[in-house]
Design a protein around this ligand. Structure first.
Ligand code: COA
Length: 391
């Protein structure tokens, strides 16, 4: 739509609002790259720590650089005691994503300010956030189950330590790899809604804690990071693979969307879905009697078929959230923690985008056309009537 020469684009679809060297989403061919490296090469070969280094420092780490990053991450894992006490004092029914957003925002209270009274936003504060977010999520998982949080272990990888802090058991290699690859796959995705939100906030010169808090708030909705939990709820509601087709028919007849299907950028299957599907299958075999992968497979088939018939021009395929559901379910992670775990991966990208924005900053401030009433006279309150206010 065009009004007085301005183009209005609801949802900014196809509108270029900036440039980034961090990741590239090629929606037509289904390719995702981080700083030029294809996700298909990174997912099976690189650890989450290597991706954090790639995004924050600009190159894949040497062995020494990787060791140094691992040491820094490990040294920053523990939470300030008052924040653990704060988690212990909130209702156990609180949504993990609300807790994560609140405690991440609270981290700023414990970070010393510089001589200008500001928090420093740099690679180290970024690593601090990467290190602490999984600790917050694991601590809340235990606190809401009535258990004490478990201290992080410095000798474990980021992925293994997360699982360890939830259960107190060092995970198997398959479980560790599953979470590690999940975090790699979720680490960045160009100017998605939450990353854009982080960049808008950073562009005002707000600090990294404020910008990440804004990103966390933006991630919550089920058109973005909330979709994996919604997708898990679908698997639970379906119950067994042969019921998937009827479920899809019923959902579409009610005008509902099939969560985990469709993407603003991809016109083919999301490239991350195949890696998550492979992990879901491996975990399902590992667990033995898991039903989640089987239901997800049937749900994808049925959804793809029904959506191709219903929307032949739109090309709606599985996105990253679709196979996140069986992967995390088989790792014993409750469905309402999925969005928070998404954030624990995306923090790598968010923080790199915030630093990139600050490096060459210009306030992000778009325009809107005005579609309200024409200007009119102000009427003082004592003379106002229903007629003068247009009620
Ligand atoms: N199930 C059913 N219909 C869907 C659909 C889905 N998962 N995704 C898109 N559609 C339909 C819409 O209803 C719409 O139909 P209409 O033109 O008759 O109104 C059409 O396809 C286009 O949808 P639109 O919302 O304009 O496309 P978009 O580019 O904004 O969609 C999503 C992207 C992600 C918002 C959308 O696919 C969606 O809602 N998916 C489910 C939620 C999800 O998985 N989110 C995680 C994304 S990683």
């Amino acid at each position: 739509m065009s009004t007085t020469g301005l183009v209005v684009d609801r949802g900014l679809e196809g509108v270029v609002v900036g440039s980034t060297v961090l990741s590239n989403v090629e929606g037509q061919v289904g390719r995702l790259t981080y700083r030029g490296y294809d996700i298909d090469d990174l997912a099976p070969n690189a650890s989450f720590e290597e991706i954090v280094h790639l995004l924050l420092h600009g190159h894949l780490p040497t062995a020494d650089e990787l060791e140094s990053l691992k040491r820094e991450l490990a040294s920053r894992r523990a939470l300030p005691e008052p924040l653990i006490a704060a988690m212990q004092s909130v209702p156990k029914t609180a949504w993990p994503m609300d807790v994560l957003r609140t405690i991440v925002s609270g981290l700023a209270l414990f970070v010393p300010v510089n001589n200008k009274g500001e928090h420093v936003s740099d690679v180290h504060s970024a690593i601090e956030l990467v290190a602490k977010m999984t600790t917050i999520l694991a601590a809340w998982d235990r606190i809401r189950r009535g258990l004490d949080p478990i201290e992080p272990r410095a000798d474990l990888s980021h992925a293994a330590n997360f699982l360890y802090m939830r259960t107190g058991k060092v995970p198997s290699e398959i479980e560790e790899d599953a979470i590690d690859t999940y975090l790699v796959l979720l680490a960045d995705h160009s100017f998605n809604a939450s990353t854009f939100s982080a960049r808008v906030t950073a562009s005002t010169r707000a600090d990294i804690y404020a910008a990440v808090t804004a990103a966390l708030a933006t991630l919550t909705g089920d058109l973005h990071g909330g979709a994996a939990s919604a997708s898990y709820n679908n698997l639970v509601a379906i119950g067994s693979p042969e019921k998937a087709e009827q479920f899809v028919r019923d959902e579409l007849a009610k005008g509902n969307r099939i969560m985990g299907m469709g993407h603003r950028e991809y016109r083919v299957r999301d490239p991350r879905a195949k890696h998550l599907e492979a992990i879901a299958k491996r975990l399902s075999d590992h667990v033995g009697n898991s039903k989640w992968y089987g239901i997800a497979r049937e749900l994808e088939n049925a959804s793809q078929k029904a959506l191709q018939e219903a929307k032949p021009d739109r090309k709606i395929y599985a996105n990253v959230d679709f196979y996140t559901a069986p992967v995390l379910a088989d790792l014993g992670i409750p469905g309402d923690e999925f969005t928070a775990l998404f954030a624990c991966g995306r923090i790598a990208g968010w923080s790199a985008h915030i630093l990139e924005q600050l490096h060459d900053n210009r306030l992000i401030r778009p325009q809107a056309t005005y579609s309200g009433p024409p200007s009119g006279p102000f009427v003082p309150v004592e003379q106002r009537t229903a007629a003068t206010v247009g009620a």
